[in-house]
Design a protein. Structure first.
Length: 70
């Protein structure tokens, strides 16, 4: 699976829509290479990219924390 496939799989989760994180119309438009204004989506994007680049959990955690602390 590619980064984009994994990202789309996460976006297809009905809980994201039910909880109001994203609108159903946005699911098809979002791409992993594009930044979004939604923090949860960005954290998912960072985690997927880090995992695909075989970075350690510590590096991934630090990247997520740096993003959330902006």
């Amino acid at each position: 699976m590619t980064n984009e496939d994994i990202f789309k799989t996460f976006l297809d989760d009905p809980l994201l829509i039910e909880k109001g994180y994203i609108k159903k119309e946005m699911v098809g438009k979002l791409k992993i290479i594009e930044q979004s204004e939604i923090k949860l989506i960005e954290v998912i994007r960072i985690a997927i990219n880090s995992n695909m680049n075989q970075e350690t959990e510590n590096v991934t955690s630090r990247k997520i924390n740096q993003y959330l602390n902006k």
